[in-house]
Ligand binder design. Structure first.
Ligand SMILES: [Zn+2]
Length: 80
């Protein structure tokens, strides 16, 4: 299991399912100045009877330029 919504109990089994779920909207990035750097990505779950915000460690999406680029694209797409 990749992530479970604390509000409506929706479960995303894999990272790809999470990223491809159209009810999830990336709403922000919270920088975390820790030992490993990185931060949290904030997603809003726009499903019926939900609407909570999920914070997921950016490292959950793996580090490296590839995934960062991908997330930036998703973020741009969602904020248009
Ligand atoms: Zn939810």
């Amino acid at each position: 299991m990749f992530k479970k919504c604390p509000m409506c109990k929706t479960i995303w089994e894999t990272r790809n399912k999470f990223l491809n779920d159209e009810t999830l909207k990336l709403v922000g990035y919270q920088k975390y100045m820790g030992l490993y750097g990185g931060g949290y990505l904030l997603f809003k779950h726009k499903a019926k009877s939900c609407g909570t915000t999920l914070a997921i460690k950016a490292t959950s999406f793996s580090s490296g330029a590839m995934s960062t680029q991908r997330l930036k694209r998703i973020y741009k797409k969602n904020t248009k």
